[in-house]
Design a protein around this ligand. Structure first.
Ligand code: P70
Length: 462
């Protein structure tokens, strides 16, 4: 039977269960954001209409995943779901050994403690907040080796996640390979706006690391989304399946940390996967200290089952096309209105360029934080700051890092919202854009020492 003729993509699923949304008045939202210290992380989810804070743990599971939840083997040791997950990771990613963890940062913690010695340097294609913090807590220093284009929101480079090989070579020359426990390679680079790394570039990174005997550890959190862009954009990959491309990416690296809450379509879970027995053994020793026994690592058996099934769903072409397609739909609507966003449109969300959006605000008045608060006020859409607040302070100078990218992320949960929701979001952003000249900055009145963006509080700056 031939496929029905299709002119455009549609969601490759129908909806079986719904969760009503609550709408609020402007007065209610004013009170809620004030109460939350102008930090969208501190809002109650009940006060949010369309929640685009994150795509992490917020996706809708499939009927197969929910059925899998009923097959949870909640034995303390040797759960059958662990073996299923181990087999899925071997089949879909190709890594040999699995250490389950409660979520991505659990894996980052174990890996950093195992491989990093004080004074070590970890080059990577842009920082991620939790990843860098665990590297620093282990005594390491993160060094950014992503191409310059990644720091320019307007650059149309198709692979803004690529590594600048000259920058990487320079780090190796300066500190010596013996002080580089691994190079950290993220796929669909989150802080750059969900931008992919190309396979051509990753092959070169592998060759350079091989020359110096340096490992590559992959942050595989959104690897399927990266694979979709490779299929779309990279010469020679149009006819390859997402699954084949994912295997090729993973095959160029020595192991991964994974937050299963994204690509793998679950509400909680993660893992570390490694090819080297010795490193695996050391991490497996640590998992029992910090997470749980090595056959559950902080997850329930049912959660491991849902991850195993979700990994398989993540590499289905129809799924990933609709997922990235929905992000593109929203992004193109905003572009048509002239709203400054990071281009090319990324994999998991649309990133507003707050510096261009609010040129009247100095970066230490936290334009992205102010814009996220303003968006919530307009109609209850919750977004996330990804700029000066997220970047934190330089440990040496104690000053705000003032990163080149000052962004607000409208992140799309997978399989949760419809096209009509995207239209409402676009209208709301357009409304705020029309009134942008009136938006004021913020001052930070409470600043936690670690990952300050989660709990910091602000007041309007007059
Ligand atoms: C987000 C979430 C998590 C994440 C990630 C990458 C590329 C590791 C992790 C950690 C949640 C989040 C985390 C910190 C700040 C804001 C939001 N990203 N690597 O929304 O995984 O959360 O499971 O510990 O994107 O982007 P986990």
């Amino acid at each position: 039977m031939s496929e029905p003729r299709r002119r455009s993509w549609a969601e490759p699923f129908k909806i079986k269960m719904v969760e009503p949304l609550k709408m609020t008045t402007r007065e209610e939202r004013e009170a809620a954001i004030r109460e939350a210290g102008y930090n969208t992380f501190l809002l109650r989810s009940e006060d949010v209409y369309i929640d685009l804070l994150t795509d992490s743990g917020t996706s809708a599971m499939s009927d197969r995943q929910w059925a899998g939840m009923m097959l949870g083997d909640e034995a303390y040791a040797g759960s059958r779901n662990f073996y299923h997950l181990e087999a899925a990771v071997r089949e879909i990613y190709g890594y040999k050994h699995l250490v389950p963890t409660h979520q991505g940062r659990g894996a980052e913690h174990l890996l950093s403690r195992t491989l990093i010695k004080p004074g070590d340097v970890i080059p990577g294609n842009m920082y991620f907040t939790t990843t860098r913090l665990h590297q620093e807590l282990a005594g390491g220093l993160f060094v950014d080796v992503i191409i310059d284009e990644a720091h320019d929101p307007a650059s149309l480079h198709p692979f803004k996640g690529d590594v600048d090989l000259a920058k990487l070579q320079k780090v190796i020359d300066e500190v010596g390979a013996e002080h580089i426990p691994y190079v950290c390679i993220a796929t669909a680079v989150n802080m750059a706006g969900g931008q992919p790394i190309s396979l051509a570039n990753l092959h070169k990174v592998r060759a350079l690391c091989n020359e110096h005997g340096i490992r590559i550890i992959h942050d595989a959190t959104r690897v399927a989304e990266n694979a979709y862009f490779i299929k779309e954009r990279e010469p020679g990959y149009a006819d390859k399946s997402i699954a084949t491309i994912v295997l090729e990416i993973c095959g160029l690296t020595d192991g991964c940390t994974m937050s299963a809450k994204k690509d793998a379509l679950v509400n909680i879970g993660g893992f570390l996967a490694l090819n080297e027995w010795k490193v695996f053994e050391a991490c497996r020793n640590l998992v029992v200290v910090y997470e749980g026994l090595h056959t559950y690592g902080g997850m329930a058996g049912r959660d491991m089952e849902a991850v195993a099934i979700g990994l398989g769903e993540s590499v289905q072409f129809d799924h990933i096309r609709a997922r990235v397609g929905q992000v593109k739909y929203l992004g193109e609507k905003l572009q048509a209105y002239g709203v400054p966003i990071v281009v090319p449109i990324g994999s998991h969300g649309v990133f507003l360029d707050a510096k261009t959006f609010l040129p009247q605000l100095d970066q230490d008045l936290y334009p992205a934080q102010a814009l996220a608060a303003e968006l919530y006020l307009d109609c209850g859409v919750r977004a996330m700051e990804r700029g000066n607040v997220s970047a934190g302070r330089d440990p040496k100078t104690g000053q705000n890092r003032r990163p080149s990218l000052e962004l607000v992320r409208l992140t799309l949960p997978r399989r949760v919202y419809t096209q009509a929701h995207m239209d409402v979001v676009a209208e709301s952003v357009a409304e705020v854009y029309d009134n942008r000249a009136t938006v004021k900055g913020l001052k930070m009145v409470y600043e936690p020492s670690d990952l300050r963006f989660f709990q910091a509080r602000f007041e309007p700056f007059d």
